[in-house]
Design a protein around this ligand. Sequence first.
Ligand code: FAD
Length: 537
Amino acid sequence: MSDQPTLELDVAIVGAGFAGLYMLHRMHQDQRAARVFEAGSGVGGTWYWNRYPGARCDVESLEYCYSFDNDLEQEWDWTERYSTQPEIEKYANHVADRFDLREDIQFDTRVTAASFDETSNRWIVETDQGDRVSAQFLVMGTGCLSSPIMPDFPGTDTFKGESYHTGLWPKDEIDFSGKSVAIVGTGSSGIQATPVIAETAKSVTVFQRTPSFSLPSDNSPLDPAEVADVKAHYTELREINAQRPAALGGRWPKGTEESVLDATVEEREAVLENAWTLGGFTFMQSYPDLALTPEANTIAADFVRGKIRETVQDEATAALLSPEIPIGCKRMVIDSGYYQAFNRPNVNLLDARSAPIEEITATGIRTTDAEHEFDIIVYATGFDAMTGALLRIDIRGRGGEPLHDAWAAGPRTYLGLGVVGFPNLFTITGPGSPSVLANMITGIEQHVNFITDCMTHMSELGRQTIEATLEAQDAWVDHVNSVVEGTVFVDPRCNSWYLGANVEGKTRVFMPLPGYPQYVEKCEAVVANGYEGFVLA
Ligand code: FAD
């Protein structure tokens, strides 16, 4: 193949999820030659791939949507408090059509490699379709939860029934009726899928290694009057959300300013009960210290464990479903009837910690204590989060240095946006930014706006490259570590994907950054100080 690029661009964008779509739109507005490369056949990213039964958003629909266009906000109607995957995918398609994005999206194309050419100061991007693209900027909208991981049990290929990973779910509907189904994994996807599959399957057996804390969604159809009210005050809602730690929940009480430890038992029970009834993430916002100090955290965790005991009729199952770890140190799950599903006669919970899965056989799953037969196995085994999609591409910066090597001891970035040695590479919701700890569409918009403004600034100054300084990057990594130090996030009992602990051999480093408002403030200060911490050359 010739070394000559087949296409010259200002900006190559990888991924057509909400990050890639908005990035492309901003590039169109600024009349930069841009193209999105997307491995899937359609737009939506997460919401294109995760079609499993019960897949839905756990940030409220009225908040989990773009804010950049007032008309879009006003014209789109969500039907439920928490949207289903099909509705969010439809929304992504609507956005792609409404803003004429499709013509610049190349589907069914996986970016395999990208290297920075120091002579031309441009990225050379290669795809599995034989493209060789030259671009001034490379923007990664590859997603934080887009690299599914299969468990490494022996024999997965030998199973004669059907098997599916929740993150690579087929487009054709799967018929569970009359089938014996195994669900392996009890993170968000397994918890969402269990009650829905149980409605039609003959039996559902959930294999649980570690239980997750799940809060009720209290999902319901949206009331048109409520929608109208939000639409009339959208700007205010977005502003309030931007001041909330996770950039969401602005319609609900902020919670008290006081520590839960200062409240009487009756007071805190009433506050927690109220938050529980409201549903969703508001529960963890009810006191400021629930996610921060161990004593406060135990109060919230005990409350939820009590709720599990109240809901699940079988005592042994309730005990098994009750996490022993701090609440919030792993991704919280918002469910619609998960605990209740274990009261159905066709749903069974197995403890894969005391009796681990040894092998997938032709007819099912063999654990250390039994052989189980299934028609369908659902792997809800999650993702190589935050860095997986980036490191699956052979990205090379100055001197041909692989990103893989630069991040061998865990990801290192400045602001979660730039990496030393990788000029003009931007990572949307990259490690070291609020990313998965905030409403992700809000985080995406903030990053895309930062990147776009930065490009404009560079054009105005006639600069070709931008690159973080080592000093700024080191200080940022230290800052992220200091923010989480002593919090439940880094509790040694919590083997979360935030820490990469769900992937064999992955360095244990806390990757996202709590505190959306403080992060935005920092980004604004960086810009106000002439892109402090970056070199514009
Ligand atoms: P993604 O949507 O992941 O899109 C990335 C795209 O990049 C994918 O389409 C992928 O195919 C493509 N890609 C990756 N690598 C390559 C490559 N090498 N070449 C070409 N294309 C590539 N967030 C919330 O804030 N609230 C929620 O309620 C919520 N629920 C979620 C539920 C599930 C089941 C999952 C998996 C995630 C959820 N998230 C949620 C996180 C969700 O990922 C983000 O909200 C958001 O959709 C991310 O958008 P994105 O564009 O950054 O990445």
